[in-house]
Design a protein around this ligand. Structure first.
Ligand code: PBE
Length: 291
């Protein structure tokens, strides 16, 4: 090898080594094992916006959040767990994923995902006047994460959502009678509920629909993206949603449509969201995502 070749070789080798250390840092770092990718859900989900903020505030500039849907996120998680590979996803509670898999939340010392929050029932402004009877039921609707968990699990085990909801309503007549207390039976009245295809919302919306149907309502369920769901509620193309995660997750939507909707208050307490990993993964905190 002559001198020129030799220096060229050294130059290339050094450049490559430089790139290497710049782009991948510590080869054992968790980020390298997952291509610095967080497996996310639908782009309109509040959790996706919060995850963008996580990337910024925790200075994870070499990370990306892959959008998809709840089912693509679950498929990726399932695949990784079967191979015992590392993965990090956007997760939330209540969700059957915590029953099916051994998972943990990464600690969020900056509190970006907020504290425990609540799921609220929200109606189109004016609906309370238009249909005080249905509003009464919607307002009185309130259950626990355990209740919701039963419906979610039944759906997850293959029962049709409508059937799973009807069964829960049948098995929980006491709870349901508190929701319908003071409400009248109707005939030929229609109501439209918007929801997003998240397991938690499929369960709650179908249960409320079953209760309203038992009262004689013609219930239409409209499955939408999160942004469409809020916009539809504000416009009045949907009458109500039982899927508003507040005060953090849907804060932006609530702020945007505040004057066009009426918040009937919480229907479920004690939710949580954050970055979720299988328990076998070594890291414990969002801080550990940094190389
Ligand atoms: N979620 C489930 C929703 C609210 C319900 C956490 C995926 C969201 O991020 O908007």
């Amino acid at each position: 090898m002559n001198r020129i070749m030799m220096s060229l070789f050294i130059f290339v080798a050094l450049t490559l080594a430089g790139c290497q250390s710049q782009s991948s840092g510590n080869a054992d770092a968790f980020g390298n094992k997952v291509d610095h990718k967080i497996i996310g859900i639908d782009p309109g989900a509040g959790e996706m916006k919060l995850t963008d903020k996580v990337i910024k505030d925790y200075e994870l500039s070499n990370w990306t959040v892959q959008s998809g849907s709840e089912s693509t996120m679950i498929a990726a998680l399932d695949k990784a767990i079967k191979k015992k590979e590392p993965i990090v996803v956007t997760g939330w509670t209540p969700h059957w994923m915590f029953q099916k898999y051994d998972l943990k939340y990464l600690k969020d010392p900056k509190g970006i995902y907020g504290k425990e929050e609540k799921i609220h029932t929200v109606v189109h402004k004016g609906f309370e006047k238009k249909d005080p009877n249905a509003t009464k039921v919607l307002d009185q609707f309130s259950w626990t994460a355990d209740d919701m968990g039963k419906v979610m699990l039944s759906i997850q085990n293959g029962t049709d959502a409508k059937k799973a909801a009807a069964q829960w309503v049948k098995d929980n007549a006491d709870k349901v009678s508190a929701w319908t207390k003071g409400a009248n039976k109707v005939s030929g009245k229609s109501i439209k509920l918007g929801y997003v295809a998240w397991a938690s919302e499929i369960a709650s919306t179908n249960v409320v629909a079953a209760v309203l149907e038992d009262l004689g309502y013609n219930v239409t369920l409209e499955q939408l993206g999160a942004g469409q769901m809020w916009a539809g509620l504000a416009k009045g193309s949907d009458d109500a949603i039982v899927a508003a995660w507040l005060p953090t997750t849907h804060a932006d939507y609530m702020k945007q449509f505040k004057s066009k909707v009426t918040d009937l208050g919480p229907n479920l307490e004690g939710t949580k969201l954050g970055l979720v990993v299988p328990s076998y993964v070594k890291i414990d905190s969002i801080n550990d995502l940094k190389d």
